[in-house]
Design a protein around this ligand. Structure first.
Ligand code: CS2
Ligand code: MN
Length: 355
C-alpha cells in the first residue's frame, strides 16, 4: 500500500509540502486543481505544474481527488456529452503526468454533509459532526450555515457560486430518482472507463456521505449492494471504489469490515480513506481520533480486512481533528492526520509481522 495525505495545492492549503514530507511513512499526496470550473478540461500545463511541484518536494502524486462530475451528467441533460468529452480529455492529461487513480463522487448537488464544523470534544480538540436536528431546517438555512462555518475555506463540492443557486439546482433534480441517477452513472462510466483502460487509470467512486438520502435527493453509493451493482454495471477493474470507512460506517447497518474484505478481494478498492467515527445516537455521529478506543470502528479490523485480502492501493487518513491550537480547513489540519498516518502504519506493521 502507498500512504498518502490530501493536499489542496499552494493557494488553498496552508500546509507546505515540506511538512507533509516529514510525516513518517507518507510517500505521496493526493492533489487536485481547484481553479478549473467543474466540467471543464484540466489544462495540461496546469496539471504538469502541480505534478512538478509535488515531485520537487520529494513526494509522489498518483491520485487525484476529485475530478468532480458536472451536475448535467448526474441529471442526464443533453449537454452531458460535452462534459463527458471534457472528462475524457482530463483523464488523458492526468495519465500523461503519471496519475493512476481518480477519486470522484456521484452525489447530487453537494459533496459531504456535516452539520457541525467546530464540534468541541471533551479533550478540547475540535472536530466535525452530523446531527439530524441540524438538517431539520430549510435548505437555504442549512446551506448558509455550512458556508458560514467553514472557517473561510471553500469546501470541495460546496462552491459558494454553485450553491448560491441551490434552489434552482434542486429543481433540476426533481425528476431524477435513484434509477435515473444509476442510469446516468452508467452512461458516464461506459464512456470514460474505456479511456481509463487505454491510458492505465482507475476510477474510484467515493461513497455518499452520509450514505442515505438527505433533503429528498437520490443516493446510489450507500451500501454493499450499491457497490456491487456499480461494479457489475461496467465490469472492469478500472471501474473501482474509494472505500471511505467513515462514510460507509455512518449507516450502522453497513458492515464496513465485510465490505472492505469483499471489494478488496474483488480488486475494486483502489483507494482507501481511513477514519474513525463515533456514533452518538441513531445516526448522529462525530469524527473521532483515529484510535479504535475513541470511536465506533475497530481500526485493527479495518486494516486487517485490507491487509489480509491483498490490498495494494493507495490509502490516506481521512479527516483529522484540530489539536494543539491548529485552525484552518475543516478536517484537514496537519497534526491529527499525521497521528492517524502513524497509527495506521503501526497497525499495518503489526499485521505484516503477525505470522
Ligand atoms: C472527502 C470528500 O473531504 C472529504 O470528506 O472524503 O470530500 C471526497 O473528497 C469526495 O466526496 C470525493 O469526490
Ligand atoms: Mn472520504
Amino acid at each position: 500500500m502507498q500512504m498518502t495525505m490530501r493536499w489542496f495545492g499552494p493557494v488553498e492549503d496552508k500546509i507546505p509540502l515540506a511538512h507533509i514530507r516529514q510525516v513518517p511513512g507518507v510517500e505521496g499526496v493526493v492533489g487536485a486543481l481547484y481553479d478549473v470550473p467543474v466540467g471543464e478540461v484540466w489544462p495540461q500545463d496546469k496539471v504538469r505544474a502541480l505534478a512538478d511541484q509535488v515531485q520537487q518536494a520529494g513526494l509522489k502524486m498518483e491520485v487525484i481527488e476529485s475530478v468532480n462530475i458536472h451536475d448535467d451528467i448526474k441529471i442526464g441533460l443533453p449537454s452531458r456529452d460535452r462534459f463527458i468529452a471534457n472528462y475524457q480529455q482530463t483523464i488523458r492529461h492526468l495519465a500523461e503526468i503519471g496519475i493512476k487513480v481518480i477519486c470522484y463522487n456521484f452525489m447530487p448537488v453537494f459533496d459531504w454533509m456535516k452539520t457541525e464544523m467546530n464540534y468541541v470534544l471533551p479533550d478540547g480538540s475540535v472536530t466535525m459532526a452530523f446531527e439530524k436536528k441540524g438538517i431539520d431546517k430549510t435548505l437555504d438555512e442549512v446551506v448558509k450555515e455550512v458556508l458560514e462555518n467553514s472557517n473561510g475555506f471553500a469546501l470541495p463540492g460546496w462552491e459558494p457560486e454553485r450553491l448560491a443557486k441551490v434552489q434552482e439546482l434542486f429543481a433540476k433534480y426533481k425528476d431524477v430518482d435513484e434509477n435515473t441517477l444509476r442510469q446516468n452513472l452508467v452512461y458516464f462510466l461506459e464512456r470514460v472507463i474505456p479511456v481509463c483502460e487505454e491510458v492505465g487509470i482507475k476510477m474510484a467512486i467515493h461513497p455518499d456521505d452520509p450514505p442515505y438520502s438527505i433533503f429528498g435527493l437520490p443516493r446510489i453509493v450507500k451500501n454493499r449492494d450499491d457497490l456491487d451493482w456499480i461494479c457489475n454495471a461496467v465490469n472492469s477493474e478500472a471501474n473501482g471504489i474509494t472505500l471511505c470507512t467513515g462514510s460507509i460506517a455512518e449507516d450502522p447497518d453497513n458492515n464496513v469490515y465485510e465490505i472492505l474484505a469483499e471489494f478488496t478481494r474483488r480488486r475494486r478498492i483502489h483507494f482507501a480513506h481511513v477514519r474513525n467515527i463515533k456514533l452518538i445516537q441513531d445516526k448522529d455521529f462525530y469524527e473521532s481520533a483515529h484510535l479504535s478506543r475513541y470511536g465506533s470502528l475497530d481500526m485493527y479490523e479495518v486494516m486487517k480486512a485490507l491487509h489480509d485480502n491483498g490490498f495494494n492501493g493507495y490509502i490516506r487518513p481521512d479527516h483529522g481533528r484540530f489539536i494543539w491550537g491548529e485552525t484552518g480547513r475543516p478536517g484537514y489540519g496537519l497534526y491529527d492526520r499525521a497521528l492517524g498516518v502513524t497509527y495506521l502504519h503501526g497497525l499495518w506493521e503489526a499485521l505484516e509481522k503477525r505470522h
